[in-house]
Design a binder for this molecule. Structure first.
Ligand SMILES: NC(=O)c1ccc[n+]([C@@H]2O[C@H](COP(=O)([O-])OP(=O)(O)OC[C@H]3O[C@@H](n4cnc5c(N)ncnc54)[C@H](O)[C@@H]3O)[C@@H](O)[C@H]2O)c1
Length: 259
């Protein structure tokens, strides 16, 4: 734990992390648990949920893992209700789940229509469903933090080969701004983080090595971006330190794109 991040404490707070059982989401789940939050990990992958539950238990953290399909309204409503009954009402929602690492790259006009629908269903509609389900608890208590995970690919020059994903991540930014306007009067903050290419188990296994080299060259800070690099921005936007920040983007990519 870094000294700076340690100042952001989440004792007594309940945090939902969607897609929190694998990849970068698992790192967010553990980071919140280490800092005292009760974490509701909502993910579609049951095996990964079991593993994450064990890992957070070993850290001495409190977590509740719920198999959830964020694109299914009933599943999302059930997840938020079970979070409330097991851990308490959500103070923070991190919308991190995405149809991402299993996407096959294809030219724009060869993406099957059902893949397009899945990208929008999981990455955009799923985010809205989670916000819709968590918002009443936040509204009732007059505070809440929503952190939506977009991607740097929606900001600069988009990577070719997954136009449906890029489109969905662009929508996350517009969604964040529109929602910030609608829920600000209830003291609910909505912001987005745009990571650059992150070296995760999945991207390292699936992306050619020169993709990482090219990303490094474009950065001011000449190294790979790792999941831990994103934790500070997400914690900040989830904490009281960002109480007057809403509708904003924090771009975390080592200075590749300057917004
Ligand atoms: N890895 C990168 O380079 C990178 C870059 C920019 C943005 N991002 C974004 O960061 C977030 C995490 O990325 P990652 O690399 O860990 O992705 P990942 O594909 O490894 O993990 C996504 C997580 O979401 C879960 N998930 C997928 N569909 C779901 C559904 N319908 N309901 C619930 N959970 C579901 C998966 O099981 C998994 O745990 C995503 O929003 C992604 O778009 C990643």
């Amino acid at each position: 734990m870094t000294e700076k991040a340690a100042t952001m404490k989440f004792d007594g707070k309940t945090v939902i992390v969607t897609g929190g059982a694998k990849g970068i989401g698992r790192v967010y789940s553990a980071a919140f648990a280490e800092r005292g939050a009760s974490v509701c990990v909502a993910d579609i992958d049951e095996g990964a949920l079991r593993q994450t539950s064990e890992e957070i238990g070993k850290l001495g953290g409190r977590c509740h893992c719920v198999r959830t399909d964020v694109s299914d309204p009933d599943s999302v409503e059930k997840m938020v209700r079970s979070c409330d009954s097991s851990l308490g009402p959500p103070d923070v929602l991190v919308n991190n789940a995405a149809y991402f690492s299993t996407i096959a790259r294809r030219p724009w006009n060869e993406v099957p229509a059902d893949e397009w629908r899945k990208a929008l269903d999981v990455n955009v509609v799923g985010m809205w469903l989670c916000c819709r389900a968590a918002f009443p608890y936040m509204k009732q208590r007059g505070r809440g933090k929503i952190v939506n995970i977009s991607s740097g690919t929606a900001l600069g020059s988009p990577s070719p080969g997954f136009i449906h994903y890029v489109t969905s991540k662009g929508a996350v930014i517009s969604f964040t701004r529109a929602l910030a306007r609608e829920v600000g009067e209830y003291n609910v903050n909505v912001n987005t983080v745009t990571p650059g290419l992150v070296a995760t188990e999945a991207t390292v296994a699936n992306y050619p090595k020169d993709t990482f080299l090219r990303s490094r060259e474009r950065r001011c800070l000449k190294r790979d971006l790792v999941p831990a690099d994103l934790v500070g921005a997400v914690l900040f936007l989830a904490s009281e330190e960002s109480d007057f920040v809403t509708g904003q983007i924090i771009n975390v990519d080592g200075g590749s794109i300057m917004v």
